[in-house]
Structures are given as C-alpha cells and as structure tokens.
Design a protein around this ligand. Structure first.
Ligand code: SF4
Length: 337
C-alpha cells in the first residue's frame, strides 16, 4: 500500500479553508493509503512566537484534526517535535542543497522581502519539509494545485541524495556510471479535489493572517455574523440584478457544503435574480450547519478528554519514530557515520 505524508502548522483551530482544502480529503485518504499526518511545530517557530501559545495551538490543532475525521486507529497523527529525526535528516539534506536553489524558492523571496532581518530558518524551511516527507519515504503527498511546486525541492533532494549515497546496484547506467539504488522515492503530488477556498473578503486565499476566515468550530451565530456581510458577485448591486455564480465565493462554498440539487438551485436563482444574496447565504448557513454540527460536537467531547488526545498523539509518534529510526539507520550507514 502506498504511503502518504502531509503536514499542517499548529495554527490553533482549523478554519474552513484548511478543512475543505486539505483535512476533509485526508479523512478520506486515510482509508485508501497508509497515512501519516504531522502537526509541524518545528516549522512554526520561524519568527517570533510565544511558547505557551504554541503549546495551546498545537493542542487546538489536534482537537480540530481529530474532530474533522482523522481517526488515530486508521492513520498516524503526531507532533513533529516528538520525532527528533526530522531535524537530523534536515541537517543532512542542508549539506547537499545549493544555496541558490533555496534562494529561488518563491515563498522565501516573498517573505524575506517583507523582513528587515531574515533568519536562516526561513531559507532552510523547504529542506525541513523535504526531510518531513522523505523520513517516511512517502510515495505521495496530498497537495492543492498551488503547492505542487513546493514538492519539487523534495524530489530534487531525493534524487541528489540517492545519486550520492544510494548503494551501488552493480548495474551500469547508459552514460557508463554506476547505477545506484533509489533509496528515497521521489514523492509525487496527490492533487486535492477541492479548489482553494477564498476568504470572506473574496480577495485572497482564506488565511488567518488575512483575518478572512470562518473557524471550523465557530458557533452558528458567529458564522452567520461573518457570512452576512461576506463579499458576493460585485456586479450584483441591486436585488433585481442577475448574478454570475462562478465569480461568487458564496457559490463556491455552496459547492463545498450543499448537496448537488441545492447547488443547481443556487445557480438558477442567482443568474435569474430569483432571490437575494441574503437568501442564498441563509441556505449556505444551513448546509454548513449540517456538516459542522457533528464536528463541533466531537470537538467539545475531545476538549474534555485531554488524555485521549495525548494518547492518540503519543501512539502516532511511537509508530512514526520507529519508521524514522529505521530510515536514519540506513542513512547513517550509507553516509559513513
Ligand atoms: S445569489 Fe448567491 S451566488 Fe449569487 S451573487 Fe448572491 S451570494 Fe453569490
């Protein structure tokens, strides 16, 4: 069975963008693949942060993930810092990754431009990402279309390390060089079916830093308070103006939460000005309730059982540590340690 790996930052409670764009898919994939999901707290310390808040955000993320459908009896869910081999392998990969390759990464270029003093961790972040994935020799990484390029560096690192340190197979390549084993697989993207979810401002991807999110566990009234003023088709100014559903973020949320017949009804009502945007949003709020109420219920139960969360994470870490140790044993052996 192919193995998948994916990580998520401990940003606290999930928002519906993370849920629809990643975690809902993970909950299905866990039944099709050997699945490893990681709360990547080493990634979350680049830049200033409060240690106490990190602890809380890590716990809140675990509650969100478990209540959103990750089943610790089916997949492995763990915290990155509980498996220190991640940073050991990252150091090793740092030694074979050219500086120029890291400086060319889009995320580094964007983020470093906004900072006066850039820490080395920001530059080396993708190397740790490569270590996260390759430590488990994962075959597939579930990603959205906009993240496919992030995976490329992991593929390059895998190829480079194999070419330098993989055992010789005894066969010869076409160019006369000795063929080496592909110890690390080149991880392939497994595309997430849901398109990326825009924020309520309709301007940018839903993200906590943009303040345009709906929390997965927010109560009904709070969700409605955010949905009511949310941006719709900007050309639909009066109630009598027909709208274009495809350009409206509310329509895309319907596609994620409402049954197909409702989505069809929304498209008709919108394009014929059969109803107003508030009517449309009320129907969306109902569809969201149907999906989110059971998740909120599970989260409330889990919040009262901290031992259960700790045990699930500990079991995940035990399982992953065993795989990680095995990989590091092979890596050290091949590298002369
Ligand atoms: S009716 Fe619905 S889909 Fe159409 S513009 Fe308004 S909120 Fe968007």
């Amino acid at each position: 069975m192919s193995r998948i790996f994916s990580g998520i930052q401990p940003s606290g409670e999930l928002h519906i963008g993370n849920y629809l764009g990643a975690v809902k898919n993970w909950a299905q994939l866990q039944h099709q693949f050997e699945s490893i999901f990681c709360i990547v707290d080493y990634h979350a310390i680049i830049g200033q942060y409060d240690p106490e808040s990190l602890r809380q955000r890590r716990k809140d993320m675990a509650i969100s993930l478990l209540s959103a459908g990750l089943d610790p009896n089916v997949c492995s869910l763990f915290v990155q810092s509980h498996v220190p081999e991640h940073t050991e392998l990252a150091w090793i990969f740092n030694t074979i990754t050219p500086l120029g390759e890291l400086e060319r990464q889009t995320q580094f270029k964007e983020k470093s431009q906004r900072q006066e003093s850039v820490v080395a961790g920001l530059l080396n972040y993708p190397v740790l990402q490569a270590a996260d994935i390759l430590l488990y020799r994962a075959d597939l990484v579930p990603v959205g279309e906009d993240q496919v390029q992030h995976l490329e560096l992991s593929r390059v690192v895998s190829r480079r390390w194999n070419a330098l340190f993989g055992h010789q197979t005894g066969r010869t390549n076409d160019d006369g060089s000795q063929e080496r084993e592909e110890y690390f697989p080149e991880p392939k993207p497994l595309l997430t079916p849901t398109r990326r979810i825009m924020g309520l401002d309709g301007q940018a991807k839903m993200s906590k830093s943009m303040g345009n999110t709906i929390g997965l566990l927010e109560p009904t009234e709070a969700i409605w308070a955010k949905l009511r003023p949310a941006v719709t088709d900007p050309k639909r100014i009066r109630r009598t103006d027909p709208g274009t559903p495809e350009v409206c973020n509310i329509y895309h949320l319907h596609k994620a939460f409402s049954p197909p017949a409702t989505v069809e009804h929304v498209a008709t009502q919108c394009s014929t000005a059969g109803w107003g945007c508030i009517d449309c949003k009320k129907v969306l709020a109902e569809s969201m309730e149907t999906e989110l109420v059971p998740i909120r219920r599970r989260a409330a139960e889990l919040a009262n059982k901290p031992k259960e969360i700790d045990e699930a994470l500990a079991a995940g870490a035990d399982h992953c540590r065993a795989i990680a140790r095995e990989t590091m044993k092979d890596v050290r052996d091949r590298m002369g340690f």
